[in-house]
Write a protein that binds this ligand. Structure first.
Ligand SMILES: NC(=O)c1ccc[n+]([C@@H]2O[C@H](COP(=O)([O-])OP(=O)(O)OC[C@H]3O[C@@H](n4cnc5c(N)ncnc54)[C@H](O)[C@@H]3O)[C@@H](O)[C@H]2O)c1
Length: 251
């Protein structure tokens, strides 16, 4: 247990599994009170119960869900200091010729609309007291993937949306920072399931490792450590920055 975010109230979207769950655990271990939100409300509540926080069923792409979630945090804690816009989805392999417009819209909704709506509502709460917004983009927000057209578009949008929010807050004199984080391939439950579905887990794993000069794939805690830094006052001179944590993928 540490105190790197002691006394702060944090909200983590998509917090029931993967990078979001690792982040919720780490923020709580470092002294924050954490609202864990997820489309899977049961699992969000289970983790929040473990961490002494608040679990909320929340589709991160829905404005009404956001309004309800932020209202619950305001009612329970009266403040919000850290927003981690982590929820995001891919839609399997989808290049520009094969991905449907429906899939594109759904990926944009969950990966990008979520950041837009969440940031807008968080600023209302943080304007006076200050805060940190951390947006989970991807290496594919920096370098496109031919087989993931919608995901690349959404994660690229998150990257510049973050900078727009950061600039706006700075110009308004709000004590709010916004930064994006760009993970390489991380061994989450979904990632493992995707590799298993490929029919050749070992080959797929080896091929992905090849893309990372460091020689291994990341773990959720690797990214949670970066998010903790961006959420804490240790990064107080950073806003609109991109924290790339990718084992050298984008070099
Ligand atoms: N895993 C990776 O290799 C990797 C790499 C780069 C970026 N990312 C990004 O990191 C973030 C987390 O990824 P992960 O791999 O930990 O995900 P995950 O799939 O392991 O877990 C995501 C969580 O989000 C929840 N979720 C799904 N749709 C949701 C919605 N509409 N609203 C709210 N919650 C929803 C799921 O229930 C799940 O608990 C995503 O934005 C993802 O794009 C992941």
């Amino acid at each position: 247990m540490g105190d790197r975010v002691k006394g702060k109230v944090a909200l983590v979207t998509g917090g029931a599994d993967g990078i979001g769950a690792a982040t919720a655990r780490l923020l709580a271990a470092e002294g924050a009170t954490v609202a864990v939100t997820d489309i899977d409300g049961g699992r969000a509540e289970a983790l929040a119960g473990e961490l002494g926080g608040l679990g909320i069923a929340h589709d991160a792409g829905s404005e009404t869900d956001w309004q309800r979630a932020v209202a619950q945090v305001r009612e329970r804690y009266g403040r919000l200091d850290v927003l981690v816009n982590n929820a995001g989805i891919g839609k399997g392999v989808g290049d520009i010729e094969h991905q449907t417009l429906d899939d594109y819209h759904e990926v944009m909704r969950v990966c990008c609309d979520s950041v837009f709506i969440g940031s807008k509502l968080a600023i209302e709460l943080m304007r006076e007291t200050g805060g940190a917004i951390v947006n989970v983009s991807s290496i594919h927000g920096i370098r496109a993937a031919a087989h993931e057209a919608a995901y690349s578009a959404a994660k690229g949008a998150v990257r510049l949306l973050t900078k727009s929010v950061a600039l706006h807050c700075a110009r308004q004199g709000y004590p709010i920072r916004a930064n994006s984080i760009h993970p390489g391939y991380i061994m989450t439950t979904q990632m493992k399931a995707w590799m298993e579905r490929s029919g050749n887990y070992a080959d797929m794993h080896a091929a992905l490792v090849q893309l990372h000069p460091i020689g291994f794939l990341g773990a959720p805690d690797d990214i949670a450590n970066g998010i903790l830094f961006l959420a804490s006052d240790e990064s107080r001179f950073m806003t609109g920055s991109e924290l790339v944590m990718d084992g050298g993928f984008t070099l």
